[in-house]
Design a protein around this ligand. Structure first.
Ligand code: F6R
Length: 369
């Protein structure tokens, strides 16, 4: 059942090229048109949406945070991402013009289900992004876009996360197509770039020995900080969550730009800091800004572990450990940069001898509020 791997988690990390590929499959034509027939919501309603609210918990909420950058860019629709359990209890502003996107691997998360019910009572339309056929959240939503990641057995989410980002991107592209805005022309290009992602994930998996070794070498770490910017910020938080869950080590993801507003006080000699580096081609000098952050933490004794784009050899001069992922457009990079962070957390937890499929205190479906 584990396909020759030591754990379901390791198998599911290796399932990721397929998880993304299957989620893309059959949802666009050769001309670059999205075909999301399963979205049974009237097109005129989708065209009149004036706000998107993404509701989810945990890893699924980080997928939503990644998707926010893409959806706002392509659709120009204001998009909020909120933890389901916070949304439900704060008198949120949702109405007939709100499109709620509920993201849930299991489709059974009670917090998200309650938020979906509440949003529908206010007149909002709800699209579920879900990995489990016939589960409760899709049943109670107006429409569902399934992620085709296949069953996820390990408690910590891996392949579902990449599939959720993929599905949310397809939804964003579809809304852009429907609304015929200026990003319409980009859609075919993005679809072509997305179709290359599975092979790029495979390349990361085929070349993972170094990051596994580093994970195993870091068993004595007391705390690991993760920095990212733009779409790299939710990736940093997801990387930190994997380490907390699997290795029971304090880990925290920060927006790199926030460092000097507080977290840099944490840095002392030997503190491991994982950095999700933007592409050197990213807009707005994002790359050089994060390079400065790496230099700031190193000057205070941090040991840096940088996830960078292939060809970005400049990083070798200022980091102890550099791991490369294939080049991709900025918005698609999370589908790649997440993978080494999963492998790192898995290797570290395995070296500690922990049960990576069933971490302590956690359940796969959280069916209580
Ligand atoms: C983290 C993890 C959890 C889930 C969260 C939401 O690895 O698995 O944070 O992502 O409990 O679960 P779903 O997506 O089933 O609603």
């Amino acid at each position: 059942e584990k396909g020759g791997f030591d754990s379901f988690m390791e198998k599911e990390i290796h399932d990721q090229p397929d998880a993304v590929g299957q989620t893309l499959l059959g949802r666009s034509d050769v001309g670059g048109n999205l075909m999301l027939d399963e979205l049974r919501i009237d097109e005129s309603i989708l065209r009149s949406v004036d706000k998107i609210v993404v509701l989810a918990c945990g890893t699924s909420a980080y997928a939503g945070q990644v998707a926010k950058y893409a959806i706002e860019h392509w659709c120009r629709i204001p998009t909020e991402v909120e933890l389901s359990h916070e949304f439900r209890y704060r008198d949120p502003i949702v109405n007939e013009k709100t499109l709620v996107v509920a993201i849930s691997q299991s489709g059974e998360t009670m917090d998200t289900l309650m938020a979906v019910r509440y949003a529908r009572e206010q007149g909002a339309k709800v699209v579920a992004i879900c990995n489990t056929n016939g589960s409760t959240i899709p049943r109670e939503s107006d429409a569902v876009l399934y992620t085709h990641a296949g069953p996820e057995i390990a408690v910590a989410s891996t392949k579902a996360f990449l599939a959720q980002i993929t599905a949310a991107y397809l939804l964003g592209l579809y809304l852009a197509q429907l609304r015929g805005n200026k990003y319409r022309d980009e859609i075919a290009d993005v679809l072509a770039d997305l179709s290359e992602i599975p092979a790029k994930i495979q390349a990361i998996l085929d070349d993972a020995d170094k990051i596994k070794q580093l994970g195993a070498d870091m068993v004595n770490a007391k705390s690991v900080l993760y920095l990212g910017r733009h779409v790299g910020f939710p990736v940093a938080m997801e990387g930190a969550l994997k380490l907390k869950e699997l290795a029971y080590i304090h880990a925290e993801g920060f927006a790199a730009g926030e460092l000097k507003h507080g977290p840099i006080a944490l840095i002392e000699e030997g503190q491991p800091v994982v950095v999700v580096m933007p592409s050197p081609r990213a807009r707005d000098s994002l790359h050089s800004k994060v390079v400065s952050n790496v230099q700031e933490v190193r000057a205070r004794g941090a040991v840096t572990i940088v996830i960078a784009e292939e060809g970005d050899t400049s990083v070798e001069a200022y980091s102890e450990h550099v791991f490369y992922v294939p080049a991709s457009p900025t918005l698609l990079a999370p589908l790649l940069t997440t993978v080494p962070l999963q492998i790192f957390a898995l290797a570290l937890a395995s070296a500690k001898g922990y049960d990576v499929d069933q971490p302590r205190n956690l359940a796969k479906s959280v069916t209580v509020e």
